[in-house]
Design a protein around this ligand. Structure first.
Ligand code: HGY
Ligand code: MN
Ligand code: MN
Length: 414
């Protein structure tokens, strides 16, 4: 083994313990807990011999010089922010593995031709501003003024929060990289699904990332006294929300096929008004997301659902408004990178298969800069975004070793 499995696991364990005191494995972007993790990561990057900086997009970057600095860099990394109660390995495995590769290359006396950049991308998970992949959007020049003006519950704008983590919303051009500005980007991640575990495989070669569309759906009814208002006279916004939630579930169940999976989730309910036990709900906002490699199905899913429910909403005296919060098209992984990952796994005697990712990743944006690929490792019961998220040290060790050898091969072919 060229990489140090014990050091990898020790760092993973340490970073995972930097969590909000009342929630397990929680490091929400832009919070003091996140900054605590960032501080520790920066120290680890420095101890590993990397030159550390934070770009104006809020990305933490550790650089290792290659023999030929005129070549575009190879990027490795992932994210250190988490969803609530679900970030024990999601993201941080990729950041810590990238760090391990960079440190092991030096310890093994291996200098790449390309410069190597280890990156902790800012806010990959959907943030309190409703936006995900904030740092990788900035890298790809896709963080615009409308996004920077988005606010969270306390009124802070994303631009203001970006400053708070070392970025600069007025200088985003400094973080922006152009097409073909990188030799390639490789991310190691837990699968967050069951394929590898079910088939007892070591490695997943990711073929691409599904399209993801997030829509804010506002349902407006009328507040009334809960005791005095007859059922037939009500315009109950939460009844409408319930029809939407169930309707989205049934429509996705019907639309999804083994060859073309489609998923739809309403995972966040916001701004219920008046939100009182004895008042008929007048207003509610839902965040509906749809994902599939079928772009057309993703693009029309929400509108089709609203059209289908229109007669019921009219009967309930409800109005419905939709606003697309984000839409990221399906992102294929580069064939060259996929091929090198597969060849490396084979050469190391590790079992593998190719598979798509229904989960979103920073590669959706970094792929605009150059060839992108991902290595998956199994996780327990395929579960993620939950405190039960887990993988065995041996599984992490195989992933980082395949990543290490893949990077050395990519250095020769990219
Ligand atoms: O939402 C996702 O798929 C990823 O975990 N950010
Ligand atoms: Mn995640
Ligand atoms: Mn992730």
């Amino acid at each position: 083994m060229s990489t140090n499995a014990e050091r990898l696991w020790s760092r993973l364990t340490t970073l995972a313990t930097k969590t909000e005191p009342d929630r397990p494995w929680t490091r929400r972007s832009f919070t003091p807990t996140f900054l605590d993790g960032r501080q520790w990561l920066a120290e680890q990057f420095e101890q590993a011999g990397l030159t550390v900086s934070i770009d104006t997009g809020g990305n933490l970057i550790g650089r290792l010089a290659g023999r030929n600095p005129s070549l575009p860099p190879i990027l490795l990394g992932s994210h250190s922010d988490s969803v609530p109660s679900g970030g024990r390995f999601d993201g941080i495995l990729g950041v810590i593995a990238a760090l391990e590769v960079a440190q092991s290359l030096q310890e093994c006396g291996e200098q790449l031709e390309h410069n190597l950049e280890v990156i902790d991308f800012l806010a990959e998970e959907p943030s309190e501003f409703g936006l995900s992949c904030i740092g990788s959007r900035a890298l790809a020049g896709k963080l615009d003024d409308t996004m920077l003006a988005a606010t969270r519950a306390d009124g802070t704008t994303l631009g203001e929060a970006l400053r708070g983590v070392g970025g600069d919303p007025d200088q985003l051009d400094a973080a922006r990289r152009g097409p073909n500005s990188i030799a390639g980007f490789l991310e190691l991640h837990i699968e967050q699904g069951k394929t590898l575990e079910t088939r007892q495989l070591d490695i997943g070669v990711v073929t691409g990332i599904a399209a993801i569309r997030r829509t804010r759906v506002a349902v407006t009814g009328r507040a009334d006294h809960a005791g005095q208002t007859p059922m037939r006279d009500r315009a109950d916004a939460l009844v409408g929300a319930a029809r939407l939630i169930d309707g989205a579930y049934r429509a996705a169940l019907a639309a999804s096929t083994p060859d073309m999976p489609l998923v739809a989730t309403i995972g966040r309910v916001e701004r219920i008004r008046p939100n009182a036990a004895n008042a008929v709900p007048a207003y509610v906002e839902l965040l509906l997301e749809c994902r599939s490699a079928d772009e057309a199905a993703v693009a029309t899913f929400c509108d089709d659902l609203v059209t289908r429910l229109a007669p019921e909403f009219e009967q309930l005296g409800l109005t419905i408004d939709t606003e697309v919060v984000s839409h990221v098209p399906a992102t294929p992984c580069a064939n060259t990178v996929q091929q090198v990952i597969a060849e490396t796994a084979q050469a190391l005697g590790k079992s593998f298969c190719s598979l798509p990712s229904g989960a979103g990743h920073d590669g959706m944006f970094v792929s605009h800069l150059g060839p992108f690929g991902m290595i998956f490792v199994p996780c327990l019961d395929g579960r993620s975004h939950t405190p039960e998220e887990w993988l065995e040290p041996e599984q992490a060790a195989i992933g980082v070793e395949v990543m290490y050898e893949t990077v050395k091969r990519l250095d020769r072919v990219l």
